[in-house]
Design a binder for this molecule. Sequence first.
Ligand code: LMR
Length: 393
Amino acid sequence: VLSNLQQQPADALLALIKLHNADPRADKIDLGVGVYRTDSGATPVFAAIKAAEQRLLETQDSKAYLGPEGDMDFVHALMPYVFGAANPTFDGRIEGMQTPGGTGAVRLALALAKRAGVARIWMGTPSWPNHAQIVADLGLELKGFGHATPGGQADMDSLRAAVASAQAGDAILLHGCCHNPLGIDYAPAQWDEIATLVKAKGLLPIIDLAYQGLGEGMEEDAYGLRRVLGEVPEALVAYSCDKNFGLYRDRVGAVYVMMADAAQVNAALSNGHALARAAWSMPPDHGAAAVRIILQDQALVALWQGELDEMRARMRQVRAKLAASGKAGAVDLAPLGSQNGLFSIVPLNAEQILAMREKHGVYMAGSGRINVAGLTMGNIDQFIAAVADVTSA
Ligand code: LMR
């Protein structure tokens, strides 16, 4: 029976990691999977994480099971950052649980929506390819609408039309900040309108916040999420610490449920516990424990925030340099200057993307997405010249 399993293509984005590793060229450039890199191209462990891990090593006295909800002190310590220090539980209406990374959080949020009776998910496209894969794997119906206009602005007309054709009880999946792959985020006034539209239609918002702090700042990047949650009765939030704490392979995330009434929260979340138990039983502890140790210590918080500020400043510097270069062959790099986070799309076709890789050793996703953190002051001119070369043939 197992011979019924047909060969599947490798995940295109993750396959790039191996292709890049196998390339012997010394001047190759990896703009594939979304990991932050320093100006020397490294993805170091945060100093705040190292300090927290040291403390964990010295003080952890057991590795006995915690439970499907994971480390609840971690889950709670994040809440003021996500939902605001003034009222982090929205009067007891929000509670969460730990998940294996942002993917685990999105998976659980969508599975909870399905269990609650949601059948259709509205989502701006293009999106992170794994969103559509998870929606399909759960047997939910995906309804796409354009996330951005050809001119590179968030496409509010398309969102308005999508909400107008949606039915009450559908869900809408929104990127909280640092849109993946476009880098084009809704402005605060647009979030205000989205909050009103979603509430009026009776849609369930599912907000994926995987890059908080990598866009404009921790508070700024939570604006849309807080605005929408402030308006609607119910919501789901998928959160990732993989990027803003640099914990990628340790898989640190959380899912939060907001209910209309605090008395409904435990019942709703017990479904998350049951789903987690049947899928992965419990999330891995180590990374979340390190985040908890940081968030419970003001000195470590300051160290972590300084590191996050430095990452954001470097990505702004790369973006400013790309924007200042203006045209690279047929491609205008100017719009990348005002986009946010790790990703932007460089509009190249499949043939040009292949030439970027084969001729110039530049690895980027098949969508034309680049990880701007893969660019450094040492390789950015080479990248710009490569774009110019493949588009001016
Ligand atoms: C990405 O889009 O590169 C990241 O979110 C990593 C991943 O899991 O795909």
